[in-house]
Design a protein around this ligand. Structure first.
Ligand SMILES: Nc1ncnc2c1ncn2[C@@H]1O[C@H](COP(=O)(O)OP(=O)(O)OP(=O)(O)O)[C@@H](O)[C@H]1O
Length: 273
């Protein structure tokens, strides 16, 4: 495992938000953090990133307590892409992405050599996010989806060993959602992403952690977690699973109080993916 939590609890005003979670994040794989609104995904992600301290329990990075590791090591290794980013910064896209290089800067290194390497990493990260040639654009002029991709490029420029993302597909059109998740599933890092789209989670994730009211209720490969029983219980919707033309599991939803007809290759009028 790359990241582990042992009986981790975090509460606000005495109310447990993450409640006794023991979970492992497999090294080098893409783990999806799923669960309904308010189930604790963002909070668990922040605990994994060391941005919140557990009230009880421990978070381990490669078997070592996260809170006891040197800050610089954590800053180099872990990259976090938060749900929303500030809108009022007046920087170029290249400058924003180059922020990802800061943890790697050594005060003793030759400035010119660092600059060259940072420029190369910045350009490469922009390319991987489909933003080649965008370095000179002003951040403040970008759309929501473009900002999202720049934020992810910043995280990639850091060359993290663990990449943690909170709803990375937010604001992205379907082309960029697929592009991004394919890229994350192939990234040379341990990736953890909070995701709402269970079809995308089924298609791209290697491992899933399912949260319900702050508790981990299921974990494992998508085929073991995305079952009719779990989805109906946790999301309170009826679901029908069928293989997609590409061979992945496709989920069709309908309200619990409606009778869903099984799909015959295409969704019925009451079933929306
Ligand atoms: N600092 C806080 N003080 C009080 N309540 C909080 C705090 N942080 C989170 N919560 C509550 O904890 C619950 C879990 O929040 P969290 O953001 O982790 O959920 P989530 O699963 O990421 O939700 P969503 O899918 O809506 O983004 C929510 O009900 C939220 O209101």
């Amino acid at each position: 495992m790359s990241l582990d939590t042992h009986d981790v609890t975090w509460s606000a005003d005495g109310v447990p938000i993450v409640d006794g979670v023991t979970a492992g994040v497999p090294a080098g794989r893409f783990t999806g953090l799923i669960g309904p609104n308010g189930s604790g995904k963002s909070t668990l992600l922040r605990l994994l990133a060391g941005l919140l301290r557990p009230r009880a329990g421990t978070v381990l990075l490669d078997g070592r307590r996260l809170g006891e590791l040197p800050r610089r090591e954590v800053a180099r290794r872990l990259a976090v892409v938060a749900q929303e980013v500030s809108t009022d910064i007046d920087m170029t896209v290249a400058d924003v992405v180059a922020l990802g290089r800061i943890p790697h800067r050594s005060p003793l290194a030759l400035i010119g050599r660092d600059d060259l390497r940072d420029a190369r990493e910045t350009e490469e990260a922009l390319e991987r996010c489909g933003l080649a040639g965008w370095g000179g654009r002003r951040w403040s002029t970008l759309s929501g989806g473009e900002r999202r991709r720049v934020g992810i490029a910043r995280a990639l420029a850091q060359r993290p060993t663990e990449l943690l993302l909170d709803e990375p597909t937010n604001h992205l059109d379907i082309h960029h959602q697929l592009d991004l998740l394919r890229m994350l599933s192939r990234a040379p890092a341990t990736v953890v992403a909070a995701l709402h789209d269970l079809n995308l989670a089924a298609r791209y994730c290697d491992h899933l952690l399912l949260l319900e009211a702050g508790r981990l209720v299921a974990s494992g490969p998508p085929a073991e977690v995305l079952t009719e029983r779990w989805i109906e219980r946790v999301y309170r919707v009826r679901v029908t699973l069928s293989p997609s033309p590409g061979g992945h599991t496709q989920l069709w939803y309908s309200p619990l109080d409606e009778r869903a007809s099984p799909p015959s290759g295409a969704p019925g009028p009451d079933a929306a993916p």
